[in-house]
Design a protein around this ligand. Sequence first.
Ligand code: SF4
Length: 363
Amino acid sequence: MAEKKEDIKDLSLDELKSRIRSLNEPPYRAEQVFEWIYKKGARSFGSMTDLPAKLRDYFTNKFFITGPEIIKKQVSRSDGTRKYLFKLNDGETVEGVLIPAKDRQTICLSSQAGCAFGCYFCASGLLGFKRDLRCGEILDQALAIQDDIGEAKAPAGSKGPAGSKRITNVVMMGTGEPLTNYDNVIKAIGIMNSPQGLGIGARKITVSTAGYIPGMKRYMQEKGQFELSVSLHAADDIKRSRLMPINKKYPLSELIAVCREYTKEKGRIITFEYILIKDVNSSPTDAQNLAKLLKGLNCKVNLIPFNAVPDFKFAPPSNKDVENFQEILEKAGISSTIRSQRGADIDAACGQLRLREAEEEKC
Ligand code: SF4
């Protein structure tokens, strides 16, 4: 039986170096392979012209580079947000998003196919959990988006063709809870950060958790300066447990205590995500409760008016309610920003494109 090939993108630089050493080849060859894949956009070992032919053959026989197929792509006409649906080798689908801005190209990546956490406002939870993504499958989303915006295909050392862009920021905020797929996510962000990988600064890479405390405690011990954001969405346990069932296991008192520990341990600010939903969590009392909960914590809050989607009964609050909410936080000394809705004309809410595809398959 033919040996199953491995995904080369499942290997860190150190792991690849040790494979190469075992072949009696110098470890710098690993750096060459990394640069071909992550910087020059090579999708075959045959094209790595500065590697000896026998090493190219070895890699071709043992590994594959190619990533998933993009089966759907939507581009927002209003702001250029691009949403991708990828089909993995086993037929599972995951989403990735590009959020372009004048000075940055942010990508939002998935860490799992489906999600076990079942937050009530999120389309990703509706189809349940399927499986963790491998490190290579997380990186594939970034590489496919990088290819799509152009820079990876540019000749080495050049700034790329006119209009080409580089990914500058990464948020692990797509489908799945990244901290329950810990090892794969940490390895993938390490490769994105590595100078031989995608070379994205650690402070431009954010892991977003729904409040999975065991993962947060591990993450706190990581050496890199990666960022952490926590999805809060309510400031009292009754409301939060209704919106995010994980709160029943890891209630707010424990979650906020770990957040305080994180900011002290790392000396870093923490970002809280707060989706504002009409008549659910956006009243002045909710804002006051939030201000009380976060008092003295080195943090900022992203206020995100709910993106109205057909599968959910929730609605966004009025602009006035959003402004009032922010004003209450500001008066209490809690820094916040209102995140404008991106890609409002496409299926931009988390998990929506994947859900739509599953519904179409059923029809
Ligand atoms: S919001 Fe995040 S944690 Fe909650 S169901 Fe969606 S993907 Fe899972």
